[in-house]
Design a protein around this ligand. Structure first.
Ligand code: AGP
Length: 616
């Protein structure tokens, strides 16, 4: 989603802003822009449709005709179009007719039509189609001579979720940041007296040493070198915390893509998640980690998430019902309020989110909190909205995930959820022998993940995934992921991953259901991936395989041994059947990555997608 970056004083602002935008690129956007200012409010605006690299070309050209070093503050933005097309005119910042107010905005102003109609009836003329443009127009209309007072007058008129940065020619040494529903944080470097705003902490690595995470409804007013934070017009005290630069540093190391690096990090991440939460020697789970889960007699659990997080919720719903006897249901966040979901005080709501900023999930979370029902979060980004709003939670510890297609966060979610299953199971109906067997096997999963990863080598021409399977898939226009029983969520996740990075249409379908319709689509150009593990479904899966092959379809089997009947096999190590999702996931991530790679797709930033979806 859109990204905001701002810098105040006293170094040349352009390279800092440009670098900040590059670090925000992974969030997804379709145009980029920056405005830099001198101490005397001389402004220079550079806009570009497309990538930040397009913006950089324009900056280079500006350098040849202007001395950019005199511009020592600025604001910058990557935009993902919601209202108004992808045009230079619609890039931010938006300004009023007289260019006295500049506004950068993430989120949506929901009553923009009504506000625009009112302003137009007073002869105000808008130059573009964005909802943002209404904000500088209102600031101009209500200007009191004081920026802080004027902003306080305008904010109650705006409905929706947003993060804003506001600058005015009337007071060049001031800048105001407002957070209401969209991420915004403030950072500083006390020694050099430099100040920053950003949508994302990682963009600040190496620039700021201290950070303040703004809460919803808060406004930060920076005037020269002093800043105040207000909430509902009350001044509040908020001490900055140390920005962990090391943790924020996002580097691809030697990998060609962030996604590949993130796939390869997974065994280490799983070990990190387990550390301090499980004592394998004594087969115990550490109680502190599960605070908020053990003391309530929940009758039902509802898991809420979107995309990959929803698929993780589906895996957990299966685990929890089979191992603990508690009724559990996964819900797609954007559909939650459209359905009449039976729920009450005896229902625990668990929110799954990598970013912790997904608008659809936050909307449901707020609805649940208004009713005082209990909430639990499994979130990766520690300072995020969902992490802050949920009553209790478990952090994923997956580290920054940059690739838009979620990989290590999914594995992190599965790991946290599996621990919660064991924790709840031990307190409910799980047999001690099952608990011990699962915990014992869980310990071996990171090594088994490493075994799968070792089979994938980009430099090795003989790698089966690389050379044969993905080149077969890449010529397909559609494909199937066939599953039985508990494999359903993994097939859904596989299908999602393939769609988002390779742009090949795919469908996760119950293998036994093929003959009731979809078989009509099977032909030599329709590959099917079939999860054929050494389990109770094996012989039924072999029948499905024959059914597909009889229609000239190709089978890519995910199996525990080479499967002679299949055209291709991806072999994964054996494990307890309930832990198989951890290993099938790795194989499917590699296959999706390799297919997208062979097709030359933009793997880390697939078209039309954003890393953190902060609008509904
Ligand atoms: C995953 O590959 C997708 N990019 C997307 O489905 C994502 O999982 C979804 O938008 C939810 O995001 P969250 O986990 O940050 O809430």
């Amino acid at each position: 989603m859109c990204g905001i970056f701002a810098y105040q004083w006293h170094k040349p602002a352009t390279p800092i802003l440009e670098h900040g935008l590059q670090r925000l690129e992974y969030r997804g956007y379709d145009s980029a822009w920056l405005a830099v200012f001198t101490d005397q409010w001389q402004a220079l605006l550079v806009r570009a449709v497309g990538k930040v690299s397009e913006l950089s070309k324009k900056i280079e050209w500006q350098k040849s005709i202007t001395d950019l070093t005199v511009y020592t503050s600025g604001i910058a933005h990557t935009r993902r179009a919601t209202h108004g097309g992808v045009t230079e005119e619609n890039t931010h910042p938006h300004h009023d007719t007289d260019h006295h107010f500049y506004v950068v905005h993430n989120g949506i102003i929901e009553n923009q039509r009504k506000l625009k109609d009112e302003l137009e009836s007073e002869w105000y003329v808008f130059y573009g189609q964005t909802d943002t443009e209404v904000i500088p127009a209102l600031l101009a209309k209500y200007w009191t001579g004081d920026l802080y007072q004027t902003v306080q007058k305008v904010l109650p008129l705006l409905h929706g979720a947003y993060a804003l940065l506001i600058k005015s020619s009337y007071c060049p040494d001031e800048i105001i940041g407002v957070k209401r529903g969209s991420p915004l944080l403030f950072a500083l470097h006390p020694e050099t007296q430099e100040f920053f705003f950003s949508s994302d902490a990682q963009a600040l690595a190496g620039y700021a040493s201290q950070i303040i995470y703004l809460d919803d409804g808060e406004l930060l007013h920076l005037k020269n070198k002093e800043y105040t934070i207000t909430s509902e017009k009350w001044i509040i005290q908020r001490n900055p915390t140390t920005l962990d630069v090391w943790a924020m540093e996002a580097s691809k190391w030697d990998y060609e893509h962030f996604m590949l690096k993130e796939i390869f990090e997974q065994s280490a991440i799983m070990r990190r998640i387990l550390m301090g939460r499980v004592d394998f020697a004594h087969k115990t789970l550490m109680a502190e980690a599960f605070h908020g889960m053990h003391d309530e007699a929940y009758e039902r659990i509802v898991l809420v998430g979107c995309g990959t997080s929803y698929n993780a919720a589906l895996v957990w719903a299966y685990w929890i019902e089979h191992l603990t006897g508690i009724s559990a249901k996964a819900e797609i966040a954007s559909e939650y309020l459209n359905k009449l979901i039976p729920t009450d005080v005896k229902t625990l709501h668990i929110f799954l989110s990598q970013s912790g900023e997904t608008a659809d999930s936050i909307e449901v979370l707020k609805y649940i909190k208004e009713r005082w029902w209990k909430t639990f979060g499994i979130v990766n980004v520690v300072w995020s909205t969902i992490a802050q709003l949920t009553d209790h939670g478990l952090f994923m510890r997956a580290g920054y995930e940059i690739g838009v297609a979620s990989t290590k966060a999914f594995l992190g979610q599965l790991t946290c959820l599996f621990l919660l299953t064991l924790w709840l199971g031990k307190r409910r109906s799980m047999a001690l022998s099952t608990y011990n067997a699962l915990l014992e096997e869980l310990q071996h999963i990171p090594n088994k993940i490493d075994q799968i990863l070792q089979t994938f080598d980009l430099s090795q021409e003989q790698d089966t995934i690389r050379t044969h399977i993905s080149s077969h898939i890449q010529s397909a226009s559609t494909m199937f992921y066939l599953w039985r029983g508990r494999e359903y969520p993994i097939a859904c996740e596989w299908s999602l991953k393939m769609k988002e990075i390779s742009y090949i249409h795919s469908e996760a379908y119950p293998a036994g259901e093929l003959k009731h319709g979809p078989l009509a689509l099977i032909q030599s150009t329709t590959p099917s991936c079939l999860i054929t593990l050494d389990d109770e479904f094996f012989s039924q899966n072999i029948s499905s395989l024959a059914e597909v092959q009889a229609r000239k379809g190709t089978i890519i089997a995910i199996a525990n041994d080479q499967l002679p009947q299949a055209e291709y096999t991806i072999v994964i190590p054996r494990t307890h059947s309930l832990l198989a999702p951890f290993l099938v996931t790795i194989a499917m991530q590699l296959l999706s990555y390799q297919t997208a790679y062979s097709l030359g797709r933009e793997i880390d930033k697939p078209r039309n997608l954003a890393k953190s979806v902060t609008v509904k």
